[in-house]
Ligand binder design. Structure first.
Ligand SMILES: Nc1nc2c(ncn2[C@@H]2O[C@H](COP(=O)(O)OP(=O)(O)OP(=O)(O)O)[C@@H](O)[C@H]2O)c(=O)[nH]1
Ligand SMILES: [Mg+2]
Length: 393
């Protein structure tokens, strides 16, 4: 009998894991001559009882269980390492544990390896494949695919952001794990593994994959983070291909929070500017007073976005209301700064306007934009060190 080991990474999947295991094992009837083994690689952060559920199934010798450090990549790679050590499999496979992939894809993956390929890729974008997710997610998978293929290639692989794959142990052993960012806590391991597999000489083929909405539980896929990683990883690979040895992906990863904070800042600036102009043009307030009010509106807007997005996963000792208070208090510094800058510029330059490319642009527009750089610098510094200060204990 030949053995295929299937890694199922889990992170709070109590509602789906047992059913997925059962469905995967059922595929044996469609794989004559093969024994299916399952390795559940459960994240150490899992707290919903997934572990207890799987432990009860361990009487079945085909089911194996390991705990792994945080991250999808760690779950997958450690799962395959475990399989290689304990099971001597002929094929290494991996699937999501939440019931999203129709499990018969495993049969197609294994048969593709039997046909002489060293890497079989489950793909929503080949004939017979389907992507049944919500629109935002479909746009992401397609956008990521086009961007990655254009920069990294090869162009003929259409699916780059899915885990459903199978490969030979020989290929896996040739992969340069030092270069592969498998310890990242995002899903970048999916496209990055593909790239490293190609460099290791993979002979690949895509097989149709039907990807539905997860059965139950919640998504661990953070679309912004993943998009950010695919873009920066692809650029990094492209730079290296052109001979530039710059650790772009690693540095961009460190700057992620700052980039999010800046995006929030940009949205807040638009909100601020909108109200600033409304107050001046429709309510007849003077620029400095308008700036005071519009900035307060922007402060609340930015607080919401930062609290529920930029710093969402920071553990802090304060609750949301306390943070809003602190945020307002520290932003007050920025607000006072901005009002004074506008006041000063207004006194100095008055109410004129200049002609820019044939259009008359009021001075108060420039007053507004002059406040942005100093206030941004102030805001990031104080919020980084005070409002969303890390507190692990
Ligand atoms: N061990 C481990 N497993 C993870 C981690 N993140 C996700 N997984 C598992 O990897 C699989 C894919 O994660 P999902 O959250 O379903 O991601 P997705 O399929 O892109 O998103 P949805 O469509 O919303 O389900 C699931 O089985 C998760 O339990 C992680 O950090 N560690
Ligand atoms: Mg899923």
């Amino acid at each position: 009998m030949k053995i295929v080991s299937v890694v199922l990474p889990t992170y709070n999947e109590k509602a789906n894991v047992a059913r997925t295991i059962e469905k995967v094992l059922e595929q044996e009837k469609n794989l004559p001559g093969w024994e299916i083994h399952i390795i559940v690689a459960d994240d150490i952060r899992t707290s919903d009882g997934t572990e207890e559920i799987v432990r009860k199934l361990l009487a079945n010798q085909r089911i194996h269980f390991i705990k792994t450090e945080p991250g999808l990549g760690v779950g997958l790679i450690e799962g395959h390492r475990y399989a290689l050590q304990k099971l001597r499999p002929d094929v290494l496979a991996q699937l999501d544990a939440d019931g999203q992939v129709v499990p018969d894809v495993l049969v197609k993956l294994v048969k593709t390896i039997e046909d002489g390929y060293s890497l079989a890729i489950g793909s929503r974008f080949v004939s017979g494949g389907k992507n049944q997710l919500a629109l935002v997610r479909r746009i992401f998978s397609l956008g990521a695919s086009v961007f990655y293929r254009a920069l990294v290639g090869p162009w003929d692989i259409k699916e780059v952001t899915n885990s459903a794959r199978a490969f030979t142990p020989e290929l896996f052993k040739k992969i340069n794990l030092d270069r592969l960012p498998w310890k990242e806590k995002t899903f970048i391991v999916q496209p990055a593994f593909l790239h490293e597999a190609i460099l290791a000489g993979a002979k690949y083929k895509e097989v149709p994959l039907i990807f539905r909405n997860r059965l139950e539980g919640y998504s661990k896929n953070k679309v912004f983070n993943y998009t950010y990683d695919v873009i920066t990883y692809s650029l990094d690979v492209r730079l290296h291909m052109s001979g530039v040895n710059f650790p772009f992906f690693r540095l961009a990863g460190r700057a992620k929070t700052l980039v999010k904070f800046s995006l929030v800042g940009a949205v807040g600036t638009a909100v601020d500017f909108f109200f600033y102009k409304v107050f001046i043009n429709y309510l007849g307030l003077n620029p400095a007073t308008s700036k005071g009010f519009s900035t307060e509106i922007a402060i609340i807007n930015n607080f919401m976005l930062n609290n529920y997005w930029t710093f969402r996963y920071r553990k802090t000792k304060t609750n949301a209301w306390q943070k809003l208070g602190i945020f307002n208090l520290v932003s007050m510094g920025g607000l006072v700064m901005a009002v004074l800058i506008v006041k000063f510029l207004h006194i100095y330059y008055g109410d004129g306007s200049i002609n820019l490319f044939g259009r008359s642009v009021a001075y108060n527009n420039f007053f507004f934009f002059a406040t942005i750089p100093p206030v941004m610098l102030w805001n990031f510094t104080v919020n980084h060190f005070i409002t969303w200060r890390h507190n692990d204990d």
